[in-house]
Design a binder for this molecule. Sequence first.
Ligand code: C5P
Length: 217
Amino acid sequence: MSIRCLITAGPTREFFDPVRFVSNPSTGKMGFALAEAARAEGWTVDLVAGPVALPEPAGVMYYPVVTAEEMLRQTDALFGPCDILIMTAAVSDWRPKVCQTQKLKKNGQGLTVEFEAVPDILATLAERRRVEQVLVGFAAETENVEANALEKMTRKKVDFMAANSVAGAEGAFGRDDNQLILLGKNGFRQVLGPASKREVAQQLIRQLSHHLAARTR
Ligand code: C5P
């Protein structure tokens, strides 16, 4: 069975003038490792990534984006034919309401920027999913990791959530290793790692592969 997998990775940037933005420390490593593992599994992979400093993985279709709005548009355009969506991207939750056309001049004073919520890409796509599509979210949490991930799985109407602690020095951002708790509807729970992000990615793709195979049996 040929599987088409859509993966998002990295942060988004939300600008309030042409050279200044808000973002987060996501490096894209987990998403890129998943893209490689999915490719190694023989899947066709579309990778939509925010600004990262990683080499483009071989054998995948690569779509670089910058803002949450661009990520939504690109992911939306690729969602229809995909069998699995894995959203590892750390989408910026807010964006400045206004982006100035010229660089703001500093004047020794503070600056107040008003923010608005960005669209929730995963929840938006989940609203118009086909029933057979598998949707996997990532929940980066600093506290109550599992409970928060379960709540997000239900609220965003997705099949799996990979719960990821980003608390303190042990947090996952930028590190080469990781530990995930993969939570599924119907009470599925599997701890992946701790191991390198590469290995954790292979374990996650294997789990999803089993899930797909069990469904078609
Ligand atoms: O930020 P949050 O914890 O809600 O993220 C959970 C999941 O939702 C992640 O998979 C993330 O990629 C996705 N998400 C999204 N659009 C947003 C915020 C998060 O698709 N605006």
